[in-house]
Design a protein around this ligand. Structure first.
Ligand code: SAH
Length: 463
């Protein structure tokens, strides 16, 4: 950008133009739109310019320019259509401190005059740095067509009404009000009742906006279940049906995303364990920013959002902005997996408690009460346990767990490619490594599939 566009305050300031012919008139037509004091200096001056002088629009000095003529001028135009004369008068104006423009001489000009679309007080200035005047004219014509002439009138009236609109809270509510005014109520009132109709229309519009609260954003923190769409709750489905934005985890299946409202924006905030991914703080910010824009955000998490879902961090971010939210529970991987091996998470006489544990947390392998877990009859569902299997196996055996304790790994729970691997604590590794699972997997410590035949089959396959 060789020329920096600005809007210069010229009200009450001097603009001096040297020249009295066609080039001078063209510039003067533009300059007369301003509230500057115009002075035209030339020995030979066209009739139209005299007429404008008679109308009080400018002042004439009917002689060639002399030193002192451009004193205190903000801008100076050399429009003599004579290179030598333009150079002479420009040198004077320059010495007297004015910014100088020489008509049709870009190289020696200190500023250029853009093509202007005038909807005062809305002014659009178009410049091409002299490269493509045709383009500037085409853009100008296009904008002239697009911006109704009433825009200027509306902007002027709107300006007088700005204070009254302070009653609306800043931001979206005020923006909504002005958008309705400029693109709906305003033009209509002007067309129906002329300028006098605009203020009453503004008042009515403001009343309506004060009464109606703008659409408030909300967040649903929704459990998507383990993958089978039929394992979604009805509440989760309804939320997806109404969502403006769906921000989902890597583990949420395409089939479930299909159920989101067709117009919804779908955002993958997928995270790989240990790997690089969207930072939690970025996800929090994403949820909040969409909600603050008045959207219904569905934060869709695999399984149940309250189980290893970093739910609390998201809630804190949402609460910090006073955004209303709901938590919609889902079927956690352990519930779906245990059903698919025909077992219960708790069983009278076997285990009266079940632990949901994670193989690793943000710091690495997670430590647990291994001694308690090693006792007979204990059951634990291990999430995110693929990489940490050898670590968990070692800890449990070290704390005296029976090597024959059943262990069942279920990959891709509830999906078409679900796989059940039944083994024992002693065999957990290398069985798991050999299986080389690619999908999400949950490991049950202390549970074998009810179907013994299946167990035997799987054992053979992965031994
Ligand atoms: N909130 C989720 C858990 C998120 S932690 C829930 O309630 O299920 C991610 C871990 O969940 C995975 O590493 C895996 O151990 C388990 N998981 C999630 N979906 C699974 C699925 N369909 N099959 C097997 N394990 C799953």
């Amino acid at each position: 950008m060789k020329h920096f566009p600005i809007f210069l305050a010229v009200e009450g300031r001097r603009i001096v133009l040297s020249g009295g012919g066609d080039a001078a008139m063209a510039k003067l037509r533009l300059l007369m739109k301003t509230e500057a004091h115009l002075t035209v200096i030339a020995a030979d001056i066209a009739g139209d310019i005299h007429k404008w002088a008679d109308q009080g629009k400018l002042r004439i000095i009917a002689r060639a320019m002399e030193p002192g003529d451009a004193l205190c001028a903000a801008l100076f135009y050399a429009a003599n259509e004579d290179d030598a004369e333009d150079a002479r008068v420009s040198a004077i104006a320059h010495a007297e401190g004015a910014l100088v423009n020489i008509v049709d001489n870009l190289a020696d000009s200190q500023f250029i005059t853009p093509a202007i679309v005038d909807r005062d007080p809305v002014t659009v200035a178009i410049g091409t740095e002299g490269a493509a005047p045709v383009l500037a004219r085409a853009i100008k014509a296009d904008l002239e067509e697009r911006l109704p002439t009433s825009l200027g009138v509306l902007a002027r009236i709107g300006k007088t009404f700005r204070h009254a609109v302070d009653i609306l809270p800043m931001g979206r509510k005020r923006r909504d009000f002005w958008t309705s005014f400029y693109f709906g109520t305003g033009p209509k009132a002007l067309a129906d009742n002329g300028e006098f109709g605009v203020i009453p229309a503004l008042e009515t519009l403001l009343d309506t906006h004060v009464m109606t609260t703008a659409k408030e954003g909300t967040v649903d923190l929704v459990g998507a279940g383990p993958g089978d769409p039929e394992l979604l709750t009805l509440k989760a489905r309804n939320a997806l049906d109404k969502a403006d934005v769906v921000i989902h985890d890597r583990l949420v299946t395409g089939e479930i995303l299909e159920l989101a409202r067709r117009e919804a924006i779908i955002i993958d905030a997928g995270k790989e364990g240990f790997g690089k991914s969207m930072a939690q703080s970025d996800i929090d910010a994403l949820i909040v920013s969409h909600a603050l824009d008045g959207r219904h955000v569905v934060r869709l998490k695999a399984g149940d959002p309250t189980v290893f879902g970093r739910l609390d961090e998201e809630i804190e971010a949402i609460e910090a902005h006073d955004i209303p939210y709901r938590i919609i529970p889902g079927i956690t991987a352990a519930s779906a997996a245990v059903a698919n091996i025909g077992q219960s998470l708790t069983k009278r006489g076997r285990n009266s408690a079940v632990r949901l544990i994670t193989g690793h947390d943000t710091k690495g392998y997670a430590d647990h009460d291994w001694k308690a877990l090693a006792a007979p009859g204990e059951v634990a569902a291990i999430y995110m346990g693929k990489k940490s299997a050898r670590f968990i196996q070692g800890r449990l055996l070290m704390h005296g767990a029976d090597p024959a304790t059943p262990v069942t790994i279920i990959e891709n729970v509830s999906r078409a490619d679900q796989q059940i691997i039944a083994t024992t604590l002693a065999e957990l590794e290398p069985t798991l490594s050999k299986a080389d699972l690619k999908g999400p997997a949950i490991t049950f410590y202390g549970l074998a599939p009810r179907d013994a035949a299946a167990q035997a089959r799987q054992l053979k396959e992965f031994a």
